[in-house]
Design a protein around this ligand. Structure first.
Ligand code: ARG
Length: 579
């Protein structure tokens, strides 16, 4: 069994607290933190002293003495009290080495399965039919995918949901425009995936020609009533959009499949009955002809309650109504424990209102949770929104192309073979772009700077990819297979010890990602591991060391490789074999 060092110490400190202060302290928070003076420290004595009215140092000294009785056998090497009552704990080298060997032998790399396993919906990417993905979709897609992968690795049942925008009033306008220019011309234009031009032409007419707008509104009514021609044209828009989305997702290595699209149209048949349920429960009321919910606790700047609009006064249903039906379906029918909405910060109030309504309606109860994993803005230099020169949204595909082109420049001189070079440029470019997103807190905004993302040093995708390639080449030179290395691991140098200790933190990092849906915690962890490896490799010769030392160092290198590969895989970062 591999155990996380912090968890191991937490357990030991809890036992010591119980022995010293009484059984009721077996559940006290041991407050384990990394320490400047040792590997970890427990700060437990400070709050307990206050509660017990005893000097903190006295409690710390007594607990430390109990812990010290185990020194030299299990996990603990040395215990010391410092400052107002910190208990500084140093781990035993042999214990760390032994844990590293078990981790290397474990197919799950020492990561425990979550208990209890949950059913989790991850709602992410948020694509729309007949619209191209733009720069703003990158983060909601990449971050959501990493969350889904990590949750799955931890043993949860993950239901991916892209909540495809395939319904609503804009389809009247799109269908009408398709009929105007002719079905064949429409098909031709959409096959190329150039939706933006098509959408904009429809929009322009809608805004400028009242008769077109009237016809468009009539089309929506027809579509919703199941008119055959309207449905056929709508299906064409959906199908062509799916061809395009599959392509982009494949290129970005996003795990969404057709089955995960969770289209808005899926909820159309139940919108009326869900709204009726809310009216019956007194949660939704008619306001100015529209059906609205006013969940308590939300007021606007004018102090008036904020509405969640469920049905417009013209009888049409909107985005909010669909999200209300979707959350009901997920909680009541799919019986999920947790829903994570990975969506831009501008929709925060929308989700807060939807969650409040779900709570009022009794769908979101007790153990179940819904959370908005807020996505911040990716901006251009200077912090403004990313725009093309003509002021339009930058297409996601344009960003990917640019990342790959620039990656090609970075590695140009290393590969003579153009095919191989292009393959690696694709991995490095896509990896750099995705990692750039994943390495910052998802709710903060960040400036898109390709030079920084593609740098071979620092907390970047290429640095981590390069670290794996470098370890592979060590094994290549040694003529050894990293999968066949088993240890034992003997820790002599401080750099070896620091590396081994950081490798043991994988499970904790993944738990942190899952707790608050924050993949950057895994990125930070992997960067720490790669940095620890760099220091190790600078100070500890591997291939030229004597056989026993070499085997131990090869084991550390093999474990580093697997931790990095697994972690990058969970972030969805491609790992090229060579670089
Ligand atoms: N398609 C939506 C948009 O473009 C995002 C969907 C987010 N998910 C949700 N359940 N509302 O804004």
């Amino acid at each position: 069994m591999v155990t996380d060092p912090e968890e191991t110490l937490a357990q030991l400190v809890r036992e010591a607290l119980a022995a010293e202060l009484g059984e009721q302290y077996a559940t006290a928070d041991p407050i384990i933190r990394p320490s400047q003076f040792a590997d970890y420290q427990s700060n437990a004595a400070l709050p307990l002293a206050k509660a017990l009215g005893r000097p903190p140092r006295e409690i710390a000294t007594a607990v430390a003495a109990r812990l010290a009785t185990q020194a030299g056998t299990g996990a603990i090497d040395k215990v010391e009290v410092s400052g107002p009552g910190f208990i500084n704990i140093t781990l035993r080298d042999e214990w760390i080495g032994g844990q590293a060997v078990s981790q290397l032998a474990d197919p799950r790399l020492g990561v425990a399965l979550a208990s209890p396993a949950q059913r989790v919906v991850v709602d992410y990417s948020g694509p729309n039919v007949a619209k191209e993905l733009h720069a703003g979709h990158l983060r909601a897609t990449v971050v959501g995918d990493a969350i889904a992968r990590v949750m799955e690795y931890l043993g949860h049942t993950v239901i991916r949901a892209a909540h495809l925008g395939d319904w609503g009033t804009q389809f009247g306008m799109l269908i009408e425009h398709a009929l105007d220019i002719g079905e064949q011309a429409t098909a031709k234009q959409l096959e190329t995936g150039e939706f933006t031009a098509f959408y904009q032409a429809a929009r322009t007419k809608f805004d400028a020609e009242p008769t077109f707008a009237d016809r468009a509104r009539q089309r929506v009514v027809e579509l919703q009533a199941g008119n055959e021609q309207a449905l056929r044209l709508w299906q064409m828009l959906v199908d062509d959009s799916m061809v395009y989305l599959r392509d982009v997702y494949a290129r970005l290595d996003i795990t969404l499949t057709d089955a995960d699209m969770d289209p808005e149209s899926f909820y159309n048949p139940v919108l009326a009955s869900v709204n009726a349920e809310l009216e019956d429960k007194g949660i939704a009321v008619i306001d100015d002809g529209a059906l609205c919910a006013f969940p308590p606790g939300f007021s606007g700047r004018d102090g008036r309650p904020v509405p969640l609009m469920l049905r417009k006064s013209d009888g049409g249903y909107g985005y909010a109504s669909t999200d209300v039906a979707a959350i009901r379906y997920r909680l009541v029918d799919l019986k999920v424990d947790r829903i994570i909405y990975v969506v831009g910060s501008e929709q925060h109030q929308h989700f807060e209102l939807v969650f409040a309504v779900a709570r009022q309606a009794g769908w979101l109860t007790g153990q179940a949770s819904a959370e908005h994993a807020v996505i911040g803005l990716m901006t251009g230099p200077g912090g403004q929104r990313l725009k093309t020169r003509s002021g339009e949204q930058i297409k996601l595909v344009t960003l990917i192309d640019e990342a790959v082109d620039r990656a090609g420049e970075v590695i140009r001189d290393r590969y003579a073979d153009p095919v191989l070079r292009q393959q690696i440029a694709e991995s490095v470019g896509v990896g750099a772009l995705k990692y750039g997103d994943l390495s910052v807190a998802r709710d903060s905004s960040y400036v898109l700077d390709f030079d920084r993302l593609l740098a071979l040093t620092g907390n970047t995708g290429p640095y981590l990819q390069y670290a794996t390639a470098r370890i592979r080449s060590i094994f290549h030179k040694a003529g050894r297979d990293p999968a066949a290395v088993t240890g034992p691991v003997a820790l002599g140098e401080p750099a070896e010890r620091a590396l081994a200790l950081s490798l043991l933190g994988l499970g904790r990092a993944l738990g942190d990602v899952s707790a608050a849906a924050e993949p950057h915690k895994l990125a930070t962890y992997l960067f720490d591991v790669a940095s620890a490896f760099t220091t190790f490799y600078e100070h500890c010769p591997v291939l030229t060391a004597e056989p026993a030392v070499r085997d131990s160092r090869l084991a550390l290198a093999a474990l580093t490789l697997r931790v990095l590969q697994t972690g990058l895989g969970l972030l969805g970062i491609p790992v090229p074999e060579r670089m």
